[in-house]
Design a protein around this ligand. Structure first.
Ligand code: PHE
Length: 336
């Protein structure tokens, strides 16, 4: 019987050697490892041996069975690995799928560009909280408690004292409270206004504020700085004008306009036939504001300005609906 055990071992290895397919390997299993296979037959045969020989033969057959099973398993594994390489469920010869690469949002690109321009002029960047107190958003900025100017901006109040900031100007106050002049900061951030959402207005948008306070800062510094900015951002050949306006926190105050770069001032859809585009609000910091942060108003003067980023980006890229910035449709975003 010993010879038979050796024969089965050799036959099994030879059969496995020849296996090339699933059907082949299934045949080997039936022939050797199934309940009526060659190995099971040997176990049957062992029963008719004299009892003295049974233990040794049992040990031998168990070894055969274990060896056969592991040789079989190994073959099976290499068979399915070969199937994967050779164009089965995964074809390793196919080129990889490209992963779409994201880009910076157009609003963030605009903010970055404006930051870059002002930083090159010696400004640094400051930020402040979006949830503000009435004092920082209005009181310290010279909005009297019952002043109608508070109606200029429709405010989301959280409580009587707490609100979502309606502009980035409160960061002026926070910056000056922390720091003695000279102050030369730009302050980008998100602001909130309770307005009906349309192509021209949103409930939440971005602004960039600018503030320069030092000894002897004059209105011509304001003009010089903002014109230098407009030329870098909108192009060297833009014409500009300043028109008087009102803000409680600046006096005098001026809106800045540039000649429409689409129609070169002739009048088009972009500038609504005016030939001019309003790009920002500005003014000399009101002495009350300087006093509120403890600055000596005999010694220091300053200017401030603020602009909306959605509007700025739209002027630059010719986008006519502000809502597009927040829909995050990749067909829109991919264009920048
Ligand atoms: N805070 C003003 C606004 O939101 C903009 C502004 C900032 C005007 C600084 C003048 C100076 O409309």
């Amino acid at each position: 019987m010993n010879d038979k055990v050796g024969d089965v071992r050799i036959a099994l290895l030879a059969a496995l050697e020849k296996v090339t397919s699933e059907t082949d390997i299934e045949q080997v299993r039936v022939q050797f490892l199934s309940r009526s296979g060659a190995i099971a037959n040997l176990f049957d045969e062992m029963r008719s041996l004299p009892s003295a020989e049974k233990p040794a033969m049992g040990k031998m057959l168990n070894e055969l069975k274990a060896d056969a099973q592991s040789a079989f398993d190994e073959k099976k594994k290499s068979l399915s690995a070969a199937k994967i390489v050779g164009g089965g469920p995964i074809d390793l010869t196919l080129p990889g799928r490209p992963k779409p690469v994201g880009t910076k949002h157009p609003l963030m690109q605009t903010i970055d560009e404006i930051k870059r321009i002002f930083v090159s002029m010696g400004f640094s960047v400051a930020t402040g909280p979006e949830i503000e107190t009435d004092y920082y958003n209005f009181g310290a900025l010279n909005f009297a408690p019952d002043h109608p100017a508070r109606d200029m901006q429709d405010t989301f109040f959280i409580s009587k004292e707490i609100l979502l900031r309606t502009h980035t100007s409160p960061v002026q106050i926070r910056t000056m409270e922390k720091q003695k002049p000279p102050v030369r900061e730009i302050m980008p951030g998100r602001v909130y206004r309770n307005e009906a959402i349309s192509a021209r207005s949103l409930v939440s948008f971005y602004q960039i504020e600018g503030l320069y306070v030092d000894q002897g800062v004059s209105f011509s510094d304001l003009k010089g700085t903002l014109v230098a900015f407009a030329r870098q951002f909108y192009g060297n050949d833009v014409k500009y004008k300043f028109r008087p306006t009102f803000f409680p926190f600046t006096e005098p105050s001026a809106d800045m306009y540039i000649s429409c770069f689409l129609c070169k001032g002739k009048g088009c859809r972009m500038c609504k036939r005016a030939g001019w585009l309003e790009i920002l609000g500005s003014g000399m910091v009101h002495p009350h504001v300087l006093k509120n942060v403890g600055y000596d108003t005999e010694k220091y003067t300053g200017f401030a300005f603020g602009m909306g980023m959605e509007r700025t980006a739209s002027l630059r890229y010719g986008v006519d609906d502000l809502r597009l910035y927040y829909e995050n449709d990749v067909r829109f975003l991919r264009q920048f």
